[in-house]
Ligand binder design. Structure first.
Ligand code: C2E
Ligand code: MG
Ligand code: MG
Length: 752
C-alpha cells in the first residue's frame, strides 16, 4: 500500500519541483539579462542539469525499490521454505481454495500423498471430491458445506481419498475458512496428513483391547520387576482376584506350592533363553483352591531391545482334566461294577510283568450264571454281578487288582503271590467268599465259580500268554467239576489241591480235637542222669492217615495262619499238664514248648503266654519257651525286645536247633536266654565224626562261656551221651532217654 501512494506523491513532488525549477530558472536567467547566445547556452546547460539531476534521482529511487524487492523476495522465500519444511517434516500436504477463482492449490506433498504430481492431480475442487471414498463422500462434502453455511472458522475432517494405485488412504484435513469484509468466504486453506497407518494401528489396538477384554483366557502383564501392571476380566474370573487386589503385586501370590525349585528354575531359564515358556502349572485361586492351568509366558522387549514386560496368557484346565480323568475312568472301568475292565486289567498285568514282579493271574468264571440271567431276568443278573464285585473287592487287599473282564468273568491280579501255595490259598478264599449266599430282592441266590490260575513269569511273560494260559486252566477247572481252581501246570494243581484239602482238614482237626501233645523227656547228662523236664511236641491224630508228625503240617499251618491257634493250644495243654504233674507230686523243673517263628515275629506272644499262665495257674519258672535260632536272628532287635518281655514274665528261654542258623556272637551275648539246644544234626555223627565233634565242642564251649546251659538233642546212643558229658554239656534229649509220648505213657505212675 505504501508503494501505491508513494509513486503518486513522488510524481507530484517531481512535477512540482520540475515546474518550479523551470519557472524559477527561466526567470532567473531572464533576470540576469544575458544575450541570446548566452541565454540559449545557459538554458541548454540548465536543461542538461535538470535531466542529469532527475536521472540521478530516478536511478536512486529505482535502486532503492529494487533493493526492497530483493529483501521482500528473500523474506518470502525464507518463509516459504520454512513452511514447506514444516509441512514436509509433519508430512502434511497443503491445500488452498480460492473462492473468487474457484481454483484449489494442492501442494506437491499433498499430491504425492496420493501418488500424483500436481499436474496429474488437478487444481479444482472436483479433483478432491471425485477421489473421495464412496462411503465417505457424502459426509465429507456435507461437512465442508456446513462450514461455509455456519461460517465456523476452523475445520477438521477425516475421510478416505483414492490413491493413484487404486487404494484408499485415510486423510486427516485441518483448515481455516477466511472471510472477506462482507463476511463471505474468501479462502479455505489448510493441511492434510495421511493417517492410514495410524488408523490401522488404532484399529489393531482396538481389536487387541477387545480381544484382551473378551477372551476366555486370563491375561496378566507384569513389568520387568514382575510387578503386575495389567490383568483382564478373564483373569478375574479364573483366579477370583480383582484387578485392584493384584496390581503392583507379584505373581508369587498365586503359587500353589506344588512345584519345586527346579520347576521354576527351568521356567525362567526358558524365558531367558527363548523368550517364551508354555506348560502346565498349578496355581492357587483366591479361595485357596489349587487348580491346573495351561500357561504361555512371553518376555516383551522395547525398541532398544531391553526387557520391559512379561505377559502371561493362561487357561483354566481343571474342567478339561476332570473330563479327561472321567473319560479315562470310563475307558478303563466296567460301568456296572465300577471295577477295572479288561483294558486296565491288561495294562496292570503288563506293568507287573515289565517290573519283573512275581505273581498270579486268576480268571474267575461264575458257574451257571446263564441260568440266573434266563430264569430271573437280566436285571437280577446285573445286580448279582454288582454284589459279587463288591463282595470280592471287599475281601481282598489293596495289592490286588480285581477286574470285570466281561459277562460273568472276573480277573484278579496279585503281585503278592510269590508261590503257587499263596495263589491257591487266594483262589480258595475267593471260592469260600462266593460260597456265601447272595440276597437280591428277598431272594436268596447261590452261585459257584471256577478259577483258572497262571503264574508269572513261570507260565508266560506277556499279557496275552498269561491270559490264554489262565483261560485254559479255567477250562480245566470247569471240566473237573466246577467250584474249584486249576493251575496252568497240572502238577501244581494237584499239589495245590492237596494242600487246600489238608488245610481244611487241619482246621477241622483243631475244632474236632484231633491234635495231641506228646512229651519227650529231658535228662541230666551227669550223675544219675535223672529226668529234669519235658518238651511238648504236637501230633495230629488223623482219622485216615493215623498219627501225623509235626513236620508234615506245621509249615502249612504257618503259611495259612493256623499256627497261632495250634501253638496256643499246645501251650495251654502243656501248662495244664505241668500243673497236673505238680499236683500229683512229680518233680519236673520245666515243660518246654516250641514257639513258631511266625508267631515270634508277629509280637503279642508275651500277652498270649501271660494269659495262658494266668489261666492254668502255672508258675512261670516252670515254663520254658523254645525259639529257633533263625527266628531270633531274622530280626535280632525285635527278638531282643520280645525275649525281654517274655523274660519279664519269669519264663525260661531256650534257643532251639542251635548251630543251624547264623548267630552273631555279639547279639547272642545280649539275649536274655538260659539255654542253647544243640541241633540233633550235629549229634548224629558223634562221637566219631570229627566235624560234628568240633561243632559240638564249640557250641558247648560257647554256651558255657556265656553262662548258658547247653542241651544236646537227638541222643540215640550211650556213647553220644558220654561224649557230650565229657565236652561239658549239661543236658540231653533223644530216643536214648525216651521217645516223645503221651503224658500218661511217659509218667504212668503219676496219671494212674
Ligand atoms: P524240635 O523242637 O527240634 O524237636 C525235636 C524233634 O526231634 C522232635 O521231632 C523229636 O521227636 C525229634 N527227636 C527227639 N529225639 C530224637 C532222636 O533221638 N532222634 C531223632 N532222629 N529225632 C529225635 P518232632 O516231634 O517230629 O518235631 C519236629 C519239629 O516240629 C520240632 O523240632 C519243632 O520244631 C516242631 N514242633 C513240634 N511241636 C511243635 C509245636 O507244638 N509248635 C511248633 N511251633 N513247632 C513244633
Ligand atoms: Mg523244640
Ligand atoms: Mg530242635
Amino acid at each position: 500500500m505504501k508503494f501505491q501512494r508513494s509513486p503518486l506523491q513522488l510524481t507530484l513532488l517531481y512535477l512540482l519541483a520540475a515546474l518550479l525549477w523551470l519557472l524559477c530558472s527561466d526567470a532567473l536567467l531572464l533576470g540576469l539579462g544575458l544575450d541570446r547566445d548566452h541565454l540559449a547556452r545557459y538554458q541548454l546547460l540548465k536543461g542538461l542539469a535538470f535531466i542529469l539531476f532527475t536521472g540521478l534521482l530516478l536511478y536512486c529511487v529505482l535502486r532503492q525499490y529494487q533493493h526492497q524487492q530483493l529483501l521482500i523476495r528473500r523474506h518470502i522465500k525464507h518463509s516459504e521454505e520454512r513452511l514447506t519444511l514444516a509441512l514436509d517434516s509433519a508430512q502434511e500436504g497443503l491445500w488452498d481454495w480460492d473462492m473468487t477463482s474457484d481454483r484449489v492449490f494442492y501442494s506437491g506433498r499433498y499430491c504425492s500423498l496420493l501418488g500424483y504430481t500436481p499436474e496429474q492431480f488437478g487444481n479444482s475442487r472436483a479433483a478432491w471430491e471425485e477421489r473421495l471414498h464412496p462411503d465417505d463422500r457424502e459426509q465429507a462434502i456435507q461437512r465442508v458445506q456446513n462450514l461455509f453455511e455456519q461460517r465456523t472458522p476452523y475445520y477438521e475432517g477425516t475421510y478416505r481419498l483414492r490413491h493413484q494405485n487404486g487404494d484408499y488412504r485415510w486423510l486427516l484435513a485441518r483448515g481455516q475458512l477466511l472471510l472477506d469484509e462482507a463476511g463471505q468466504p474468501l479462502r479455505f486453506i489448510g493441511t492434510t496428513v495421511d493417517i492410514t497407518q495410524r488408523r490401522a494401528d488404532e484399529d489393531s489396538l482396538r481389536q487387541a483391547a477387545a480381544v484382551f477384554d473378551s477372551t476366555q483366557e486370563g491375561v496378566l502383564v507384569t513389568d520387568r520387576h514382575q510387578h503386575i501392571v495389567h490383568v483382564n476380566p478373564a483373569f478375574n474370573r479364573i483366579t477370583g482376584y480383582s484387578a485392584e487386589e493384584v496390581l503392583g503385586k507379584t505373581p508369587v501370590l498365586f503359587k500353589s506350592g506344588r512345584h519345586d525349585r527346579a520347576f521354576y528354575q527351568s521356567l525362567w531359564h526358558a524365558l531367558e533363553q527363548r523368550g517364551s515358556w508354555s506348560g502346565e502349572i498349578w496355581n492357587r485361586r483366591k479361595s485357596g483352591e489349587v487348580f491346573p492351568m495351561w500357561q504361555c509366558l512371553r518376555s516383551i522387549h522395547d525398541e532398544s531391545g531391553n526387557l520391559s514386560h512379561y505377559v502371561a496368557v493362561f487357561s483354566d484346565i481343571s474342567a478339561l482334566k476332570r473330563s479327561q480323568h472321567e473319560l479315562d475312568y470310563l475307558a478303563h472301568h466296567d460301568p456296572l461294577t465300577t471295577l477295572p475292565n479288561r483294558l486296565l486289567f491288561g495294562e496292570r498285568i503288563e506293568q507287573a510283568v515289565q517290573r519283573a514282579q512275581r505273581g498270579a493271574l486268576l480268571l474267575i468264571d461264575l458257574d451257571h450264571f446263564k441260568i440266573i440271567n434266563e430264569s430271573l431276568g437280566h436285571n437280577t443278573g446285573d445286580q448279582l454281578l454288582k454284589l459279587i464285585g463288591e463282595r470280592l473287592a471287599g475281601s481282598l487287599g489293596k495289592q490286588l487288582t480285581l477286574a470285570r473282564l466281561g459277562g460273568d468273568e472276573f480277573g484278579l491280579l496279585s503281585t503278592d503271590c510269590a508261590q503257587a501255595a499263596q495263589a491257591s490259598a487266594l483262589a480258595q478264599r475267593l471260592l469260600e467268599c462266593l460260597a456265601e449266599p447272595f440276597s437280591i430282592q428277598g431272594e436268596t441266590l447261590f452261585i459257584g465259580a471256577s478259577i483258572g490260575i497262571s503264574l508269572f513269569p513261570d507260565d508266560g511273560d506277556s499279557v496275552e500268554q498269561l491270559l490264554r494260559n489262565a483261560d485254559s486252566a479255567l477250562f480245566r477247572a470247569k471240566s473237573s467239576g466246577r467250584q474249584t481252581f486249576s493251575f496252568y501246570s497240572q502238577d501244581m494243581t494237584i499239589l495245590a489241591r492237596q494242600r487246600v484239602k489238608l488245610e481244611a482238614e487241619l482246621r477241622q482237626a483243631l475244632e474236632q480235637d484231633q491234635l495231641r501233645v506228646y512229651y519227650q523227656p529231658i535228662h541230666h547228662l551227669s550223675g544219675d542222669r535223672r529226668m529234669l523236664g519235658v518238651e511238648a511236641l504236637v501230633r495230629w491224630q488223623h482219622p485216615e492217615r493215623g498219627l501225623v508228625p509235626p513236620g508234615e503240617f506245621i509249615p502249612m499251618a504257618e503259611d495259612s495262619g493256623l499256627i497261632g491257634a495250634i501253638d496256643t493250644w499246645v501251650l495251654e495243654q502243656a501248662c495244664a499238664q505241668m500243673c497236673d504233674w505238680q499236683t500229683r507230686g512229680i518233680e519236673l523243673k520245666f515243660v518246654a514248648v516250641n514257639v513258631s517263628s511266625r508267631l515270634f515275629s508277629r509280637g503279642e506272644l508275651d500277652l498270649q503266654v501271660a494269659r495262658v499262665l494266668a489261666q492254668t495257674g502255672l508258675d512261670p519258672a516252670h515254663l520254658e519257651l523254645e525259639v529257633t535260632e533263625s527266628a531270633v536272628m531274622d530280626d535280632p532287635d525285635r527278638a531282643l525286645e520280645l525275649l525281654q518281655h517274655l523274660r519279664n514274665l519269669g519264663v525260661r528261654l531256650a534257643i532251639d536247633d542251635f548251630g543251624t542258623g547264623y548267630s552273631s556272637l555279639a547279639r547272642l551275648k545280649r539275649l536274655p536266654v538260659d539255654k542253647l539246644k544243640l541241633d540233633q544234626s550235629f549229634v548224629r555223627g558223634l562221637p566219631d565224626d570229627p566235624e560234628d565233634a568240633a561243632i559240638a565242642r564249640a557250641v558247648v564251649t560257647l554256651g558255657r562261656s556265656l553262662g548258658l546251659h547247653v542241651l544236646a538233642e537227638g541222643i540215640e546212643q550211650e556213647q553220644q551221651a558220654r561224649f557230650l558229658l565229657d565236652l561239658g554239656c549239661d543236658f540231653g534229649q533223644g530216643y536214648w532217654f525216651g521217645h516223645p509220648q503221651p503224658a500218661d505213657q511217659l509218667l504212668p505212675m503219676a496219671t494212674a
